[in-house]
Design a protein around this ligand. Structure first.
Ligand code: IVH
Length: 668
């Protein structure tokens, strides 16, 4: 009995170790989480009833143990160095040049993401994790073994062959973005202070005296090197990292071996693009001479190796001062507070504005004019004020942000809608700011699609008092237009011509172009199909509007009240008087639209019609034509040589129509 219990514990342990390896290292689990949990519980139960067989490195022992009163100090057998930094293409190129000058053009580099966490040293003896330490000052660190043992992807026992008798693994402890967000959410809900960023959260968690707390924190580890070891290791950095992976140690999936300046720079550019989509934070790219014997020949300067450098991304956060707050008026009148900043270089560009969104956000930040703030710009994201540096606040040079009582552009009264954080200008199209936005929207591609009427020209036209409303566009003259800066007679003529062309439109486009709140392209389409005339839409009541596909209470109210405002009706009338027209939608067309409410996908090639003609024909029958197959697809129209879309449709059991069936339907 005992013999078999011991065997069973052994069997379950090996199974869980294998599952962990597949999940954390290979990123390719072979069983669902539920199966893992089941085995885990079986092992836990057996270990509880037979503590004599409990192995300290069992996969169940990742929950933390007794709390410490302080961390022991550990002296690193080999110092833990830091890296030199470069911040430009030129500086990276210089680094590569220096190295290749000593060796040759073909010198290979192992290139790794620079993980944004904190360095740790893990010591494995005979394949078992016996000690983990922080970097500390590089010579002496703190022993955080109990905490590191709780990190889910750190193996307590190495797997595979030829494991060195002693192996010091070096790498980064970090907190993946998803775990960080969840942790902070929990802290905020509990009324506690959230962590400022994943690195601080990782550092705070790794240095918990109570390993049970550390165990509850979603930490992770990736290795990027080796310290002391006994036995044989590969002769290149890249191969060593692969060896570590083979022994069950997690590594980043992004690591590559490359030769040449251009490839090295390309990798950096790619990582910068990929950065936002990675599940963990990185702050640059590390370039290491791949050949270990070349590394040894290059050696070290001070505290950094000559054989490696870190090419850092431009900082995504910077400190600056809020010099003022201005209020911008958008197309629908929403008034947005915008912080005017002392210009600061952040995320690779100079930033002088950051949106403050609304009152709630201002309250959340606790921000005042004159405050020092951290501005954040990640990738293409618009600059945000991340937080206020309260301890730097000077009461004498700060003042409160006062919301305007009237629109800052047209002085109309400001509306506050209950339950909304936003305030709005009530001026509608009579407000110059709203007017500019409304005209830009009116001219945009999905609306009247007025070729040559870009944002700049709209601003000029409004600023020069040439137009106030979209309807004024149609009485512009060539003389007026060519009097504008940078507008010659040729472009003026062209614009007049495209204005003329744009008058021929569809009811759906026209409805969309009016810029009614919450009425996007699809809703405009539904309204047009349902009501068939602008008069009918205009006269519809709220309850009636709710009968239209995808129109709920809120949209219905926006549509209803839009047409109850006199100035909107006035503009509408003027537009129609200016000659905007569309083909009549006859009452009978409803019946001629058997595909209304259906989503179709076209794939493959067709002999009797072009793809775009088929699309038009299907849309005329009321169908929505989508680009990809999903469970919401009703029918896939498949021509010759249809590929993956057809396969997906078959898998999902979606109705498939061939060219012959399509033609029969269209004829009907
Ligand atoms: S190698 C001798 N590789 O960056 C080289 N470090 O600025 C020692 N780091 O303390 C470090 N990702 O915490 C190396 N792929 C990577 C890294 C990396 C992040 C951190 C590490 C180190 C710091 C040096």
């Amino acid at each position: 009995m005992d013999m078999s219990t011991e065997n069973e514990i052994q069997r379950l342990t090996v199974l869980l170790e294998e599952y962990n390896y597949q999940y954390y290292v290979l990123d390719n689990p072979s069983v669902p989480d539920s199966e893992y949990d089941r085995i885990f519980q079986q092992l836990q139960t057996l270990e509880k009833s037979h503590p004599e067989y409990l192995n300290p490195n069992s996969p169940t022992q990742k929950v933390g143990g007794l709390a410490l009163t302080k961390f022991e100090q550990v002296k690193h057998q080999l110092p833990m160095l830091s890296l030199d930094n470069v911040f430009s293409e030129q500086a990276l190129s210089d680094f590569i040049q220096r190295v290749t000058d000593r060796f040759d053009e073909q010198t290979a580099f192992c290139i790794e993401p620079k993980l944004d966490g904190l360095a740790a040293s893990l010591i494995y003896e005979k394949g078992l994790l016996v000690q983990a330490a922080t970097r500390g000052d590089g010579k002496i660190g703190e022993k955080v073994t109990e905490n590191v043992k709780t990190i889910a992807n750190v193996p307590l026992k190495l797997r595979g062959d030829n494991i060195p008798a002693l192996l010091e693994v070096r790498g980064e402890v970090f907190m993946p973005k998803a775990g960080f967000n969840k942790l902070n959410e929990g802290l905020i809900n509990a009324g506690e202070k959230p962590f400022v960023n994943p690195r601080n959260a990782a550092a705070g968690s790794l240095r918990q005296l109570d390993s049970k707390v550390a165990a509850s924190r979603p930490l992770a580890f990736y290795c990027y090197g080796v310290g002391v070891f006994e036995g044989q290791l590969a002769n290149t950095q890249f191969e060593r990292i692969q060896q570590l992976k083979g022994w069950g140690l997690p590594i980043s999936a992004e690591i590559k071996r490359l030769i040449g300046k251009e490839n090295c720079q390309d990798f950096f550019d790619d990582m910068q693009l990929k950065r936002a989509n990675l599940s963990y934070e990185i702050d640059g790219v590390v370039y290491k001479v791949d050949d270990i014997s070349l590394q040894e020949r290059l050696g070290f300067v001070a505290r950094a190796p000559r054989w490696a450098t870190a090419y850092k991304f431009p900082a995504e956060e910077a400190v600056t001062v809020v010099e003022n707050v201005e209020f911008q008026v958008g197309r629908t009148g929403a008034i947005t507070p915008v912080a005017k900043l002392k210009p600061v270089f952040v995320g690779g560009v100079t930033v002088s504005n950051a949106t403050l969104h609304n009152k709630d956000e201002i309250q959340r930040l606790g921000i005042l004019i004159g405050d020092q703030v951290v501005v954040r710009r990640a990738g293409d994201v618009i600059p945000q004020v991340a937080r206020v540096l309260f301890d730097k606040r000077d009461p004498d040079s700060t003042r409160e942000i006062v919301f305007p009582m009237v629109c800052p552009v047209c002085q109309s009264s400001v509306e506050r809608i209950e339950g909304e954080a936003t305030i709005r200008c009530s001026g509608g199209l009579y407000c110059q700011a709203q007017c500019k936005q409304a005209i830009k929207h009116f001219a945009s591609r999905k609306a009247l699609d007025i070729d040559g009427l870009g944002n700049k020209i709209v601003e000029l036209l409004v600023d020069h008092n040439m137009i106030k409303h979209p309807s004024d566009l149609f009485s512009l003259t060539i003389d007026q237009l060519s009097s504008l800066p940078r507008m010659g007679e040729v472009s003026a003529k062209k614009l007049i011509n495209s204005l003329q062309i744009s008058k021929q439109t569809t009811l759906a486009r026209f409805l969309y172009s009016l810029g009614i709140r919450e009425v996007g392209e699809a809703t405009a389409n539904n309204l047009a199909n349902y009501y068939k005339s602008i008069e009918a839409v205009k006269n519809a009541g709220i309850e009636d509007l709710k009968a239209v596909a995808d129109v709920g209470e809120i949209v219905a109210k926006h549509v209803y009240y839009f047409f109850r405002q006199e100035h909107n009706v006035e503009v509408l009338t003027k537009l129609i008087d200016a000659g905007i027209h569309w083909p009549e939608i006859k009452a009978a067309e409803q019946e001629k639209q058997p595909l209304i409410g259906q989503t179709l996908v076209i794939t493959g090639s067709f002999s009797s019609m072009s793809r775009s003609d088929i699309k038009n024909a299907l849309q005329a029958l009321g169908a929505k034509v989508a680009g990809s197959v999903s469970k919401n697809t009703d029918t896939v129209v498949a021509g010759e040589a249809a590929g993956s879309k057809l396969i997906k449709a078959q898998e999902l059991g979606i109705n498939i129509m061939d060219e012959a069936a399509l033609l029969t339907m269209l004829e009907k």
